[in-house]
Design a protein around this ligand. Sequence first.
Ligand SMILES: [Zn+2]
Length: 438
Amino acid sequence: MLSFLSSSTTSPLLYLSRKLSLQTLTRNLSHTTMAINLHTHAFAGNPLRSKTPKPEDPFSPISALETLKTQLLDTSHSLSSPAFKVLPFRKGRPLASSSGGLGDLAPNWQLGWIGLDDCKGYLANSGVQLSADSLVYLGSRPEDDIVYWGIDVSGEGGLVPEFGSKQLSFVELRTLMVATDWADEQAMGELAIAGHARALLEWHSISIFCGNCGEKTVPMEAGRRKQCSNELCKKRIYPRVDPVVIMLVIDKENDRALLSRQSRFVPRMWSCLAGFIEPGESLEEAVRRETWEETGIEVGEVIYHSSQPWPVGPSSIPCQLMVGFHAYAKSLEINVDKEELEDAQWHSREDVKRALTFAEYKKAQTTAAVKVEQMCKGVEKGQNFSADFNVESGELAPMFIPGPFAIAHHLISSWVYQDTINGVEALLKQPSGSMSSL
Ligand SMILES: [Zn+2]
């Protein structure tokens, strides 16, 4: 079920998920259900990206762009194949709707896809003619005969009330991330599509000029890359991904983990160390250097855990790739770099387990989902709810850990429950029948 991890991974959770039914696991490790019910890391597993069609395929970026150009010129509104759906973004926020909030059921948000003709119509009402260059290819579903596009409409403020009248609202991606039910594969798919689209559109908006000669760039291959418009330069520019190492530093001997706080964190939230990779550095070297620089701790063995696309970082970085590790400490004395961190401390496994157990992740998710619905229905327009999660998820605990949408959560919970998992693993190796004791 944990499709985000490769077969060579050392993650005990993945090992378990292959061996045991979810029901058995969740019954026994109910306090770990967030980690175990997760199908994939948030923002990974984009269903539109599994296979990019070959150029000659009608669903490929190049062919779809040609069809798109024809359709934009065509005023007859004839039904054409494939159908085109467009996802508008405003200032990095995707258009969303919400439904299903009845009784005890939390509402579900959906992406606000609109048809190509409708998109053309909305923009025409704002006095803008839709051009093929402003649309960015997101992927296709040949089985449904649909090609998906993204568009940045940040300049068209008039669209906000227009969409609002249809119960569609531009919602912060971080808010949608918190509001997503991580056990719902389809909802996680929608989140991944939104993350990919946001990363691409934000990259377009910060790569307007060529870094080589300073001339304007133009979109190529249906927005999948750009190229300098200067005939003498023609530099090709590709979407950028910035890798970040994120590591849980572990003191094996004393059964503790190093958690840290940055001053920008909400009160009582503790997490893993993280940092950018420097040119000419391996991932393992970055893990050791960052840990040393920020806490004065020396790291020996570094073990890969999993990775997560993170398109909700600073706006100057359209997409980070969080590469997660367990890092084993060789020295234990902490010397915090106050420029980088507010604090860093060793925490016992019991303390961290308590922090995971008391945090009300599910409540935070449904609260966020209700607020997305309120935004879409126009109850509380324009508010930013992203801070709510952090406050509510930690209200019962003296410290808490980021929610299941963040790789830090899984780095930490997989360490916390390692022994339990190893115990189950040992049981699995026993003759059949012993499983019933679970
Ligand atoms: Zn150039």
